[in-house]
Write a protein that binds this ligand. Structure first.
Ligand SMILES: [Cu+2]
Length: 214
């Protein structure tokens, strides 16, 4: 990417470059030259239900392939997957990217009146560190934390932000919750239901056999 950018710059200084490639160059360099980005940062705006900032939490979280080694089948990982904070606290995340590809630390489901699209998001370019701050909502709730780059979440970059007592564990968090997808509409006692269904259908089969022999 960096070498591509260098070429862009070289071609940019040549008079033969047309307007099109010039404009694509400027949008391109915005991404390449930055060591990352912080989206929807919030240092002081209080979420509803908060009368003041209840305190500060700071986390330094590293991301990279080396953290996936303890998780079978995973490619990417983080140095921690759960971030427990108090309601109304100010949370500062220093995100250390140890890989050569981009990674993100992204929270979803935050109040949209403070965080557009309900999102707070740090992105660090390969080998870079980026720090960002936001304020946790007042409710006890668990939020998905992930990296939104293609396949990074599926391959291990999936965690949770637990505000207060939380609202249960987010599924598929490395070392915390089961890795299979359990749809929201499924009841909690799936195994018991399967056994009951099996016994039930066995009973029906017996009944039908008995009826047939009469
Ligand atoms: Cu990633």
């Amino acid at each position: 990417m960096l070498s591509g950018q260098a070429q862009d710059h070289a071609s940019h200084s040549r008079p033969t470059v047309n307007q099109n490639s010039h404009s694509s160059h400027s949008s391109h360099s915005m991404v390449v030259e930055a060591d990352g980005a912080v989206m929807n940062q919030n240092f002081s705006q209080l979420p509803r239900g908060c009368s003041q900032i209840s305190g500060d939490h700071t986390f330094t979280v590293s991301a990279g392939r080396s953290y996936a080694k303890t998780e079978p089948g995973m490619i990417f990982g983080m140095s921690q997957y759960e971030f427990a904070v108090n309601p109304c606290s100010r949370v500062t995340i220093t995100f250390v990217n140890e890989d050569d590809v981009r990674h993100q630390w992204m929270v979803h489901g935050l109040p949209k009146y403070l965080y557009p699209a309900g999102m707070f998001h740090i992105e660090a370019s390969g080998g870079r560190t980026k720090t960002g701050t936001f304020i946790a909502p007042s409710e006890n709730r668990s939020y998905l934390v992930h990296c939104d780059l293609a396949q990074h979440m599926e391959k291990g970059m999936r965690g949770q932000l637990k505000v207060g007592t939380g609202s249960g564990d987010i599924w598929g968090v490395s070392g915390i919750s089961d890795s299979f997808y359990r749809a929201d509409y499924l009841p909690d006692y799936t195994l018991e239901l399967v056994i009951a269904l099996f016994l039930g259908s066995f009973g029906v089969t017996l009944l039908l056999k008995n009826t047939a022999w009469k």
